[in-house]
Design a protein around this ligand. Sequence first.
Ligand SMILES: Nc1nc2c(ncn2[C@@H]2O[C@H](COP(=O)(O)OP(=O)(O)OP(=O)(O)O)[C@@H](O)[C@H]2O)c(=O)[nH]1
Ligand SMILES: [Mg+2]
Ligand SMILES: [Zn+2]
Length: 339
Amino acid sequence: MIDPRLYELGWDDEWTEAFEQSGAVGEPARVIRHDAVKVLVATASDVGQMTFSRSTPLAVGDWVVVDNETVAALLPRRTVLERDNAEFGTQVIGANIDVVFVVFAVDRPPNHGKMMRFVAFAGDVGAVPIVVISKADLGGADEYASLVDEWLPGIEVIVTSVDTGAGVQAIFDRISGRTATFIGESGAGKSSLVNALMEEEVAWIGEVRESDAKGRHTTTHRELHRLPGGGMVIDNPGIRALGLAAEGEGVEAIFDDVERLALECRFRDCAHVTEPGCAVRAAIDSGDLSEARWDAYVKFVAEQDAAGRRAEERERDAAARRDAVSAQKARERSERLGD
Ligand SMILES: Nc1nc2c(ncn2[C@@H]2O[C@H](COP(=O)(O)OP(=O)(O)OP(=O)(O)O)[C@@H](O)[C@H]2O)c(=O)[nH]1
Ligand SMILES: [Mg+2]
Ligand SMILES: [Zn+2]
């Protein structure tokens, strides 16, 4: 029997199904915080620390089955927001996230490339990306919003200010009882928005140095917060640079118009340079597609391809290491047998 209070943590009937299919014995719980060796989980009635086995990497937002203060099973993730980190490999930001708010503050110069990158990243996992233009009380939000309209047609924009309270209700409405996260650069105002939603200060807010508007990285851990009135949010440390994932729908999603156009070229392998019947060139010539947008698309695709090659290389290296280890083990075994 599922405790109805679980639904306040983001549970739904599909999770009941996944739980039953897992065959795991114990109580469903959600990971709300993750430390090196322990996780903090919430069950329907309680919050507590649990140990988990190293072979089951967990992330904030995961649904697990707990038994005897131990995580017994991980229910299959619906979405995983993760980023490629050259140093540490893949880093999971959060699991089972429905909505990603990509936050940009008006006190930094607008940069459409950055915006597209963050939105593509959110779209990669199948979460709904929404752009938030924060600190609107400082002025200049319109310029930002029109840049989003130009470069990210179809993506929703919410203009906010925690000083005036503008847009906070709209964010709450978009979460609508589900699980959301906030991503963006340090100092963008993510924690401030989370606090505004919580109606109290739960996350640490940093001071922005006035001279250069560079925020310190004040949010250092991820934690799932429960909103009064329903819904869950994960605050995130600031992200400075974001690489594109090798695979994923993000780039396709933000360049839907360009991809559709390319399908209309006469030749299937059209390089969109000098080919006759090229729909892309025709659209650029007629002004339907801006040269700048096309260039951005070409750049994003090239970067995605490069990420794909790097991922393949890493996979090949890992396979070679596995082969070397098993060859070594086989040698040791035969030496022991020989003794
Ligand atoms: N004027 C104004 N300032 C804001 C607003 N929202 C946030 N700030 C200020 O911007 C600074 C950074 O806000 P945070 O919420 O800590 O930013 P963050 O995105 O969580 O930063 P990291 O945790 O470092 O990634 C703080 O000094 C806030 O007071 C706003 O709506 N208006
Ligand atoms: Mg923060
Ligand atoms: Zn073409």
